[in-house]
Write a protein that binds this ligand. Sequence first.
Ligand SMILES: [Zn+2]
Ligand SMILES: [Zn+2]
Length: 173
Amino acid sequence: MAESERPAVLYGIQPYMFEPESDPDDEETPAEETQLRMEQDVSEWCLCGKCEKMATEPENICCREIEQVTRRMKQLQVTPSCMVDHPGMDPVCFNVFSLQNAFNIYRADYGPLRLRGVQHRYRFLAYRSFVSWCWGFLGRKVRVVIPACVVLGIQREFPDAQGSYVGFRPPID
Ligand SMILES: [Zn+2]
Ligand SMILES: [Zn+2]
């Protein structure tokens, strides 16, 4: 039988026909909380000392509560008190050349990044790189909750605020 005449069914499902993807939705914290953290003093739930009150309830979470994050902290000889102080934060999330590379990886997978403003783009790529580093996967969007201290650290590094001096930043592409 000629190759082209073989019934397609013989080939079955090809491996890797579908992109393997973790589903972080399963890992989200339950919506029901006895007391909203937004209504508490940050010191009631933050163990690292660097979290601040965030705009939405799920964002009010400390680096020390997230297993995927504490795992990286415990891999060091001396466990830092906050993930922001992990020496990997700089090369992975703050280094603009790493983020240029993260941009190319994003673009290869998903096409153009539809975000305005270079700082906004850097922040998005820094969040994605953090998730990739700690959770080990990258979706099109950031779909896990990043601890408040890390979000704040990335916002400080790539602020939107007009006029705040942020040093030299190369274009992202
Ligand atoms: Zn904290
Ligand atoms: Zn922290």
